[in-house]
Write a protein that binds this ligand. Sequence first.
Ligand SMILES: Nc1nc2c(ncn2[C@@H]2O[C@H](COP(=O)(O)OP(=O)(O)O)[C@@H](O)[C@H]2O)c(=O)[nH]1
Ligand SMILES: [Mg+2]
Ligand SMILES: [Zn+2]
Length: 302
Amino acid sequence: MSRADATRRGAPNGLVVAAHRRHYVVDLDDGSTIECVLKGRAITLACGDRVEVARAHGTGVIVGLAPRTSLLYRSDAFNEKRVAANVTQVLALVAPDVPVDEHLLNRWIIAAETERCRFVLVVNKSDLPGVERFAQRFAPYAALGYPVAHISAKRDATPLLPWVRGQHSVIIGQSGMGKSTLINALLQSHRARTGELSQALRSGRHTTTSATLYRLPDGDGWLVDSPGMKVFGLAHCTREAITEAFVDLRDIASQCRFRDCRHDREPDCAVTAAAAEGRVAPQRVALLRALLSETRKVWDPS
Ligand SMILES: Nc1nc2c(ncn2[C@@H]2O[C@H](COP(=O)(O)OP(=O)(O)O)[C@@H](O)[C@H]2O)c(=O)[nH]1
Ligand SMILES: [Mg+2]
Ligand SMILES: [Zn+2]
């Protein structure tokens, strides 16, 4: 199935809610759930994809894919992985009892920006001692314009409900931050009101899925629980997209002498000048340079 074939056919009638290799679980718009296969190698699907399904002997065959509004993606020179499609928001979890890899955190922000998704930093485990001091660390992110929400997924996740309603969210975070706890809590608070229980179906049979989507019964919101990731490459992004994703540096970068400036050793680099004068955070400049050099490795092996 080519991409053109995939989009030419009838209206999409389902939502991919779990993905494992070439097998998918699709929630059909009539309320039923069906396991599907995807023929051909041209396309890989992700949770959040809208698809058209043809039924054949009790199983489904995916015969169409709707155009995506976004595709959260990670890649390095050797590997690529779709995290979720049609996402509107990235919720990144941190907690005071797990060492935070801020380099990783910053990559998620850039990934969210390149796909025009809202990025929200969620400080979890606010019941633990020392969380106030821990949270101070994230003031620079708030200063960049990213909302910081405080919750205890274990005690009460409801303060996060206004953030997830109507949104298509990916919950992302290092292992141990509380992603599963948060999703369970959010679904429980919904279940209590609606009686919906979609999780049991999935947890037993698809323990090895790389990601799972959970619908929120209020409106069209959903959440994707992504597996803990230790690396998050952005080698597929263009240099322009990466620079544009730095909300604090993009205007400055537009004043560099060279349009393809790497903000490293080029003459008349406005970013390097701003860093030297203390007008921008040195970690952000270092991250920009690192990400730009990764794209160079992929697209220009010299
Ligand atoms: N104290 C406290 N512990 C939590 C909270 N949320 C999760 N945890 C604990 O943190 C550990 C990791 O949680 P889990 O949801 O498995 O994290 P994941 O790896 O990100 O999915 C578990 O022992 C949870 O019980 C919280 O709000 N407060
Ligand atoms: Mg988990
Ligand atoms: Zn520059």
